[in-house]
Design a protein around this ligand. Structure first.
Ligand SMILES: Cc1ncc(COP(=O)(O)O)c(C=O)c1O
Length: 473
């Protein structure tokens, strides 16, 4: 078998994969998140590329067999990092997106993709309480969305120095002043590296070991610039405890000093969806750029992110591209000229589908269910004598550690790291450790639409069981 034209039974391949995917998804609530045989199965995929393939179905059969090397991150007991699943509407629409194989570069390359992206952006602005007048673009995730927002900020900053940085580069320009709290996410510092601003150029102005922002220090630092432009990165949802920088206060300072305010709301922007949590993002509409993720709390399959920019014209600087063979910029949207990619997946289609399917109320219900589940975990932790909660739970992350009597801090760190490794190896639930104010701690994040009370109860039970075992060693 060689030429794909000789093996054209697409329908049989899709039917087979649909049936297998259904079986897999149906097993997620019972099966371990990480199966013991995962490493062996992953390694069993032959490293040699075949000279002559044996056709579609044998390849797919081998892949389905290898699916046991996948982690159950689509399922309800994956609490590591901040990892959403895919709603039924988003997943099915994502499959259709692959079948349609549209290039979402411009309206001319796909009217469907363009229209869905316009609607996905409009609807999500509504969902997050951002003005309709803002521009935006869908990205592969929050890292690239941070890159887009910070590229717009960089353009604005250089313009204030009289330079078109996207045409001329940085030559002759001063260092870009960037400030944040200790909550800044690594993806934002990565984006600072990608924009050429420099990963370590951000000044983290925190008033404590947790990383909470020092507003007075920020006020002073911005004041010392004497009116020169600066960029402030605010954090709507940090990864250790789901805490927020005070966005309104940041907006006040940025307004007073004429600074650009960029908000990373990769998952925390979804606080806007419920009246119970909306206060956490109050003032976000006063920022200049705001980002979020689709593959986290929206529960759209990878890869999906949102970048919103108040002054959409700034995106044309870094991202515009023109060539004689391409459609000219004009009345029709050209999202490929507003973000880092040119040819792009029509990732708006699953975003549109899930918002169309469940609407504002559906997402509010899901977010509120997750808020309740986080409080349930917190109360289980508080009730367990050997567990110690380390932070308040403003949103969907609970930060705590295993703390039996009589151990000093370094022994506790070692024990919690050991428990964390044992939980990942056990695989019934999946949750990693972090360092919170220097202490090794668990930080389960609840973002998957499938997660229920049973799953979070199992999470706490497994941590207690494995904790007791490891503490007794
Ligand atoms: C606050 C925050 N910002 C940005 C990111 C990066 O997101 P992505 O992995 O989608 O690029 C994350 C991911 O966890 C995050 O939690």
């Amino acid at each position: 078998m060689s030429d794909p034209l000789r093996d054209p039974d697409t329908a049989a391949a899709l039917r087979y994969i649909a049936a297998e995917a259904e079986r897999y998804l149906g097993s997620l609530a019972q099966r371990g998140v990480r199966l013991p045989q995962a490493d062996a199965i992953a390694a069993s995929l032959d490293e040699r590329m075949p000279e002559t393939g044996d056709g579609t179905m044998p390849a797919l059969t081998e892949l389905v067999r290898a699916a046991d090397a996948a982690l159950g991150s689509a399922g309800p007991r994956f609490f590591h990092w901040v990892t959403g699943g895919g709603t039924a509407a988003a997943l099915a629409a994502d499959w259709l997106t692959s079948a349609l194989d549209q290039n979402a570069f411009a309206y001319e390359s796909s009217p469907l993709a363009s229209r869905c992206e316009e609607l996905a952006l409009e609807w999500s602005k509504d969902l997050f309480g951002l003005p309709r007048s803002w521009g935006g673009v869908l990205t592969t995730g929050a890292t690239m969305a941070n890159f887009v927002g910070l590229a717009a900020a960089r353009r604005w900053w250089a313009r204030r120095h009289g330079v078109d940085v996207d045409e001329r580069g940085y030559a002759g320009l001063p260092v870009v002043p960037v400030f944040s709290s200790g909550y800044i996410h690594v993806s934002a510092t990565k984006a600072l590296a990608m924009t050429g601003i420099g990963r370590s150029m951000v000044r983290r102005l925190s008033r404590d070991a947790v990383g909470r922002v020092d507003l007075e220090a920020l006020d002073t630092a911005l004041g010392e610039l004497g009116g020169a432009p600066a960029i402030v990165v605010g954090n709507a949802g940090e990864v250790n405890a789901g805490d927020f920088d005070p966005i309104e206060r940041l907006a006040d300072l940025c307004e007073r000093h004429g600074a650009w305010l960029h908000i990373d709301g990769a998952f925390g922007l979804f606080a806007a969806v419920s009246p119970r949590s909306a206060h956490l993002v109050r003032g976000v509409e006063r920022a200049h750029s705001v980002i979020s993720d689709g593959h986290k709390w929206l529960n759209v399959p990878y890869e999906s992110g949102f970048a919103f920019v108040r002054d959409a014209s700034l995106l044309h600087g870094p991202f515009a591209l023109e060539a004689a063979y391409l459609p000219p910029p004009g009345a029709r949207p050209q999202f490929g000229a507003l973000g880092p990619e040119a040819s792009r997946r029509a990732r708006a289609i699953p975003v549109w589908a899930t918002l169309r399917a469940y609407g504002r109320a559906g997402y509010r219900d899901m977010v509120e269910r997750h808020l309740d589940l986080a409080q349930r975990v917190a109360s289980r932790v508080d009730a367990a004598p050997e567990l110690e909660r380390l932070a308040a739970v403003p949103l969907n992350i609970v930060c705590f550690r295993y703390r039996p009597q009589g151990l000093d801090e370094s022994a506790l760190d070692a024990l919690n790291a050991r428990i964390g490794a044992a939980i990942l190896a056990d695989g019934r639930v999946y949750v990693g450790t972090t360092r919170y104010a220097g202490r090794v701690a668990f930080r389960p994040a609840i973002v998957n639409w499938r997660t229920t009370e049973t799953d979070v109860d199992l999470l706490v039970a497994v941590i207690r069981e494995i904790g007791a075992r490891e503490a007794a060693r």
